[in-house]
Design a protein around this ligand. Sequence first.
Ligand code: TRP
Length: 325
Amino acid sequence: MKTSLTGIKPTGIPHLGNYFGAIRPALELAQECRSIYFIADYHALTAERNPETLNAHIYDVTATWLACGLDPQRTIVFRQSSVIEVFELTWIFACIVATGQLERGHSYKDALAKGEAPNAGLLNYPLLMAADIILYDTDFVPVGNDQSQHLELARDIAIRMNHLYGEKTVVVPQAKLAATPQVPGLDGRKMSKSYGNSIPLIVASKELHELVIKIKSDSTPLEQPKEPEGAHAFELFKAIASKAESQEVARKLRAGGYGWGHLKKELFERLDSDLAPIRERYHDLRDDRKRLDDILENGAERARVKARETISRVRRAVGIDAKKP
Ligand code: TRP
């Protein structure tokens, strides 16, 4: 059985783009793989300076993924920071990666381009991510497009490790890009927290309704036929509804007499009924910190077993044998 692994950066409640683009595909992959899904708390520390916020976000995202259907019996769920072996592996990788390769990293370059003074954590971010992946002998990593460059680096590192230290030293991972089309935000650009155009996954009905109404649409009069493809409300509808339902809505739009307001009403109702159970489970879980801690600690224990196996194999391979004095 293959292993799928992904890291979830705790930066607050995920939005619908995260749900369709990352959470749902990762949960589907977990059905057919041995799965390891962790909260990347140390990755979040590159940008988060408020301890209370970081701590709260760790529980927010854990509760969200569980509410979306992540099964902690089947999937190993834990905090990245609970398995310290990942830092040993990060160092070993740091010693075989050229600094230039890290300097070409997207997020690092973007920060420089914005005139920021990026911290060393941001520069080394992809190294820690490669260690996250390779530590657990990962075959597949379900990620969004924005992470492909990091995945390429992880693959390069794995290939280089095997070239330097022997073919079976580590497993070479592979990205699993989600087939879901990009989910548009309220203004039609890609849904992203940084654009302020997102619809949160966990939100009260009333607020959800207000957001859906705000989705940008043109002013074609009600009676006139409309082109569904490319319309933001329709693209969002496509992401959540079945093919048959989307085709029916497309037919109504093209026929005329059916306005964007009608579509938004259908979209809201569909979203609200699909998200209501997730919302309810989320609130139950989020209020039960003990339960979340137990789940995360139980996952960490299982993750450590695997991590120790890999790290002792890698230490031996590079010539640092833990057993020798
Ligand atoms: N960098 C990823 C993100 O921002 C989070 C992450 C950390 C990750 N470690 C990982 C994803 C390992 C996949 C595998 O979303």
